[in-house]
Design a protein around this ligand. Structure first.
Ligand SMILES: C[C@H](O)[C@H](O)[C@H]1CNC2=NC(N)=NC(=O)C2=N1
Length: 103
């Protein structure tokens, strides 16, 4: 039997976001989201990273906004249903860091 799994997450306070960013040095707060820009060695490498992030996002049913400009990628994480930043975004940011470090 199939059903919809709804993951509830609470918005983080400003202090909680700052604390999380303390261990995510490549990430910045941008209003109601957190963001990281990185440059890959080549365009195919950038697309390969996007593909790995897409698979991870699908697995956790939490999806970043992704901006692709040649070999520069910007990942933006927000919990759209909550209108802000939750632990889901912090977890996704950590996974993006892990995948980006695999290159
Ligand atoms: C029903 C399902 O949980 C949602 O549509 C998901 C999918 N991925 C999502 N990703 C992000 N970043 N925010 C969401 O609110 C969100 N909602």
């Amino acid at each position: 039997m199939h059903g919809t799994i709804i993951v509830m997450a609470e918005l983080l306070s400003d202090a909680e976001v700052e604390a999380a960013l303390g261990s995510l040095p490549d990430w910045q707060r941008a209003g109601a989201s957190i963001t990281r820009t990185l440059k890959c060695p080549t365009f195919p490498a950038a697309i390969a990273l996007v593909d790995r992030v897409a698979a991870a996002a699908e697995s956790r049913n939490h999806h970043p906004d992704i901006d692709i400009r040649w070999r520069t990628l910007t990942f933006t994480c927000a919990t759209h249903s909550m209108g802000g930043i939750t632990d889901l975004d912090v977890g996704l940011a950590r996974e993006i860091d892990r995948l980006a470090a695999e290159d």
